[in-house]
Design a protein around this ligand. Structure first.
Ligand code: 13P
Ligand code: SF4
Length: 305
């Protein structure tokens, strides 16, 4: 049986031998983060997919992240380390539903959270991530915004932008949406000195009550800069563990025990090993028309940087 350290050594050896760049979303487990060339949120992963010099990208995260990497770097081979790791929110709206909505709201800019399928991105004007959404929506020339599919992220932005009309349809992250106002009240009672930091995929009642709302990387950066000693974290609970590991002298608590993304948790170090060896994972292949048309909305997002 291979130990964690042996597996990591083998992965690091194969990475060099096969010219592979491993990108890992921050929700992945610690043993995977240790073999990654880059760790980040959705926006950071998109940027790294372009700048990585390697010919192959191995994405440890969920499908839409690997698809985004492929769209941005079609000449590279892009692998998803676990073929069943998807984001349920990415599939909440179908292509036909979006076609109908575009007819219903012809003057709206269609703003898509990056947590959407490649197919859906082909019909959108601009993609956003939780880290880039506010800046992009503020600067869009259109006054009317059709924001898909995350109503919670959309409402959070609506609360911070003036002079625009927002339309939301349905959808949201089933993991973050489980966090309730009562969870925040309990956290304040149990940890009165702690700051409450949440992801904007949480419902509006929760983001309104938090000390800070921001992307995965935003939450990590907030802790790094803060002098506070205790934090309650309202995002995937892997972040609680990573923060506790990085700052052993501070205290971190989950806002809800339920906030665990099963899809992000599917990938194991053995999956990464099998994928890099060529006996597991999935190569992302997208038809040319999807690659070309989906790229327009991601390029539009990048143009705001
Ligand atoms: P981030 O871009 O903040 O990593 O969010 C992506 C995601 O799926 C979080 O649930
Ligand atoms: Fe999708 Fe939510 Fe999981 Fe993020 S946490 S990948 S939005 S289901």
């Amino acid at each position: 049986m291979l130990t964690t350290i042996k597996l990591q050594e083998e992965i690091n050896r194969l990475k060099k031998e096969k010219d592979v760049c491993i990108l890992a979303h921050a929700y992945q487990t610690h043993d995977i983060l240790e073999v990654a060339d880059y760790i980040g949120d959705s926006f950071g992963l998109s940027q790294q997919a372009v700048s990585a010099p390697q010919k192959t990208i191995l994405m440890c995260g969920v499908r839409f992240m690997a698809e985004t990497a492929k769209i941005l770097s079609p000449e590279k081979k892009v692998l998803l380390s676990h073929s069943m790791a998807g984001c349920p929110m990415a599939e909440q709206l179908t292509l036909n539903e979006l076609r109908k909505l575009k007819k219903q709201y012809p003057d709206c800019a269609v703003v898509a959270y990056i947590n959407t399928t490649a197919e859906l991105k082909t019909l959108c004007d601009v993609c956003v991530t939780s880290a880039s959404a506010l800046k992009i929506v503020k600067n869009l020339p259109q006054k009317d915004i059709l924001f898909i599919p995350d109503c919670n992220l959309g409402s959070w932005i609506e609360g911070k932008v003036q002079g625009k009309n927002f339309h939301f349809i349905k959808g949201g992250c089933p993991v973050h949406m489980q966090i309730t106002k009562e969870d925040v009240e309990n956290a304040r009672k149990n940890h009165p000195d702690a700051l409450v930091l949440v992801h904007p995929e949480c419902i509006k009642e929760v983001t309104d009550m938090a000390d800070y709302a921001g992307s995965t990387t935003g939450i990590l950066a907030y802790v790094e800069k803060s002098d506070a000693k205790q934090f309650v974290i309202g995002t995937d609970n892997s972040i609680v563990a990573h923060l506790q590991f990085s700052y052993p002298d501070k205290e971190f608590y989950p806002l809800s025990k339920e906030c665990v993304c099963k899809d992000m948790r599917l990938t194991t170090l053995v999956d990464v090993y099998n994928c890099i060896k060529g006996t597991g994972g999935e190569e992302i292949i997208l038809p040319d028309d999807i690659l070309i048309n989906a790229k327009k909305s991601i390029d539009a997002m990048m143009s705001y940087e």
